[in-house]
Design a protein around this ligand. Structure first.
Ligand code: SF4
Length: 292
């Protein structure tokens, strides 16, 4: 008897009803698993991974699906400092630094303005060694405005960034000579409108030359106000506006000096001296990871 080919043998087998055939395994699944799924769903189509038509119709087109807006990650909320704690901090600083004042040497508001411009990224001591020759050579704003850029650059070179500083001095003096008759204006708006003068410089001049309260925010005030939990802002202007309502206005200038002095002597940038700090009982030491 001639041997039949496998194809001829399959043709002679009895036809199977749809859905009763042995399910094939889908890639990644064992045949036994596919069979179990087919039994559970009642047909071989399910075993092949096809979804029932009704379920497919229920799902809207991707383009018609309504996208839920992403929920904003909740920001850690900053609790305003307790007024009693702020009062305690002010009292301790007042006793620790009874005569808060600027370390810059000056005789007139113009000299303080120029010394403050020079103090950026420079120590007060170095500025004080530089300014006597400068002030001896140029008596007023008109003289500074008339001086050449190279002349002033040479005189202020020891303070660093001398080109920018020389330009700021000449430009703000030209504004003072041209718009205010050579007199430094005594308002924050007028001072900050001068070329080369920012809020920090303006507040230094207001507080120390005119006795008008000004909240000076330098690098020490930025660092200490955060460590003391008085604000969680990082931008100097935002820090200034955060500190103004919690410190009495008449103490703005003194408060700036207190934080600057305390930042230089105790609450230094790296490893603050918390073990000897009189503010320790009232300080949450925000962001301090190592201290001495
Ligand atoms: S306790 Fe420490 S972190 Fe707080 S102010 Fe004093 S030195 Fe700075």
């Amino acid at each position: 008897m001639p041997r039949k080919s496998p194809r001829a043998r399959r043709k002679n087998e009895s036809p199977r009803m749809p859905g009763t055939g042995r399910p094939r395994a889908t890639p990644g699944r064992s045949r036994a698993s596919a069979t179990r799924t087919a039994r559970r769903k009642g047909g071989t189509h399910a075993a092949h991974g096809a979804r029932p038509a009704a379920r497919r119709l229920q799902r809207p087109e991707r383009s018609l699906q309504v996208r839920r807006p992403k929920r904003a990650r909740p920001r850690s909320r900053f609790a305003p400092p307790d007024p009693a704690r702020v009062a305690a901090i002010l009292g301790i600083l007042d006793r620790a630094y009874p005569e808060p004042t600027t370390a810059l040497d000056f005789g007139t508001p113009l000299q303080l303005l120029i010394a403050t411009i020079l103090s950026a990224q420079c120590t007060d001591e170095r500025v004080n060694r530089t300014t006597p020759a400068l002030f001896a050579r140029y008596a007023d704003a008109a003289a500074f405005a008339a001086a050449s850029q190279a002349e002033i650059e040479e005189l202020v070179r020891p303070t660093g960034f001398f080109r920018n500083k020389a330009r700021a001095i000449r430009e703000c003096c030209a504004d003072i000579a041209g718009k205010y008759g050579g007199e430094v204006p005594a308002s924050l708006e007028a001072l900050t409108a001068l070329r080369g003068v920012g809020r920090k410089t303006a507040n230094v001049v207001l507080g120390n030359a005119f006795g008008i309260p000004g909240m000076v925010v330098d690098t020490h005030v930025q660092r200490l106000s955060r460590r003391l939990g008085l604000t969680n802002e990082t931008d100097p202007v935002k820090i200034e506006f955060a500190l103004m309502p919690i410190v009495p206005r008449e103490r703005w200038t003194a408060f700036s000096h207190w934080l600057i002095l305390h930042g230089r002597r105790v609450c230094v940038a790296r490893k603050p001296r918390c073990s000897i700090c009189p503010l320790a009982p009232h300080c949450p030491r925000v962001g301090v990871t190592a201290s001495q």
